[in-house]
Design a binder for this molecule. Structure first.
Ligand code: HEM
Length: 425
């Protein structure tokens, strides 16, 4: 929670970060690199040699291959290294030492950050958690989501005819969804939301975010203790009482933090940026209003077209691997450029066009392989309820500022809008 989410973006050349022209298209530097191959070398600003992946089949092959690790504890994350550390790794490799980065730093792990784990540790935690995402729970959550969405739209209307959609709508929906999931008491929700907002806001200064992260950690520790004492009908209670052998308090706290970290800013940005994209494509919005049955399709298309996880999906090769004829050496970090992968011209016709009628097909917005997004059904439900209620209850919703003035999250690991001033009659 306390690691800087902007770190990797700071390591990228500026042309791979800044979006020009259409705010929904990948940065020009990423687009230009597409011509140099689906997998290509990329030197980060700290000097670390990495591999950039911009093709769909190549990205899927890598994400399905157990020779590529997600383990950020065993293998160094080169995006966080200082230039002298990168040089030390390279020098060690030149001198016949272990290939840079493949020497595990720890033998066993006892934490619960399963998104950064490999099998078998990942498998156990993931299985425990998928067992908790039952159809019954998801159904109950969906009707709560609708109440939450409607309450927030009514509050916006009661306050006037203008609002910043990000704090008024896009952030509270996923935050309250996670409260439902983890069984946070109503009385504690304001405090939970406030700490989450600070700890997970990539704009918060590092020290303040670290402090809020610790407070959030303490809050979740308290929640775990409360669920041990008295089980509720939530996922966290399920994990506390169903796991055999039981999970430690530290593991449970980490798992709850993974859910929070993975499910909060992601969905919030899909709601904010998704609304912006629809307002900027009025013919698509009109088609959706005319035929609400198109919503499921539109959500898949928005996920593909917007691909908000800009450069966050990465892996380390733990042995030499050849993918699509390109040899990736052991120790190399591979970065999947999801926004470009999801515009692969070999897979989609005219991929730069947003088209809510486009037939559904495989995309990489939720990743692929064993780490594929665990919360994707919840995310889809949040987007479906969130976008449908918004466009039906505010039929003349529009931007309150010129589109060029909407501040974009260019430099953030998760793309989106910092704010979205909107108005209605
Ligand atoms: C993993 C995207 C919403 C929970 C992932 C991954 C992606 C992703 C790309 C794969 C990461 C990797 O392979 O390294 C998204 C997007 C979302 C979203 C675009 C919103 C539209 C959610 C929600 C939750 C969630 C709502 C749950 C509350 C997770 C978890 C993982 C994950 C737990 C790790 C799974 C594992 O390592 O096995 N997500 N996600 N996500 N997501 Fe999501």
């Amino acid at each position: 929670v306390t690691q800087s989410p902007t770190q990797m973006r700071r390591m990228l050349p500026a042309d791979m970060v800044e979006r020009g022209g259409c705010p929904f298209d990948p940065p020009s530097g990423v687009r230009q690199r597409r011509d140099q191959g689906a997998i290509q070398p990329l030197k980060l600003l700290n000097g670390a040699p990495t591999w950039l992946v911009v093709g769909l089949p190549e990205a899927r092959a890598i994400l399905a291959d157990p020779r590529f690790s997600s383990d950020r504890v065993r293998y160094p994350d080169v995006t966080t290294l200082q230039p002298h550390e990168v040089e030390q790794l390279a020098a060690a490799a030149r001198n016949g030492g272990p290939a840079a980065g493949v020497e595990p730093k720890v033998e066993s792990r006892t934490d619960g950050m399963f998104v950064f784990m490999d099998p078998p540790e990942h498998t156990r935690l993931r299985r425990l958690l998928t067992g908790q995402f039952t159809v019954r729970r998801m159904k109950a959550l969906e009707s709560r989501l609708r109440e939450i969405a409607v309450e927030h739209i009514e509050a916006m209307r009661a306050a006037g005819t203008e609002a910043d959609l990000v704090p008024a709508y896009a952030l509270p929906i996923p935050s309250l969804a996670i409260c439902e999931l983890l069984g946070v008491d109503y009385a504690d929700r304001a405090e939970f939301q406030e700490r989450t907002a600070i700890a997970l806001n990539s704009e918060t200064p590092d020290d303040e975010r670290a402090r809020a992260g610790l407070e959030l950690y303490g809050f979740i520790q308290g929640l775990v203790a409360a669920k041990r004492a008295q089980a509720g009908d939530d996922i966290l209670s399920g994990l506390v009482h169903d796991a055999d052998p039981p999970l430690t308090d530290a593991q449970l706290t980490d798992v709850a933090l993974v859910l929070l970290g993975a499910g909060h800013e992601t969905t919030a940005n899909m709601l904010g940026l998704g609304t912006f994209a629809l307002l900027e494509h009025p013919e698509q919005l009109a088609a959706l209003r005319a035929d609400p049955a198109l919503m499921d399709n539109a959500i898949e298309e928005l996920l593909r077209y917007l691909s908000i996880i800009q450069m966050g999906v990465s892996r380390v090769a733990i042995e030499d691997v050849t993918v699509a004829g390109v040899r990736i050496p052991a120790g190399a970090t591979v970065i999947i450029a999801t926004p470009e992968v999801n515009r692969d011209t070999r897979h989609w016709d005219d991929p730069d066009r947003l088209d809510v009628h486009r037939p559904r097909s495989t995309h990489l917005a939720f990743g692929h392989g064993i780490h594929q997004c665990l919360g994707q059904q919840l995310a889809r439900a949040e987007m479906k309820v969130g976008l449908s209620e918004l466009i039906t209850r505010l039929p003349d919703l529009r931007l309150a500022v010129p589109a060029e003035q909407v501040p974009l999250r260019n430099e953030m690991l998760i793309f989106g809008v910092h704010s979205l001033p909107v108005t209605w009659a």
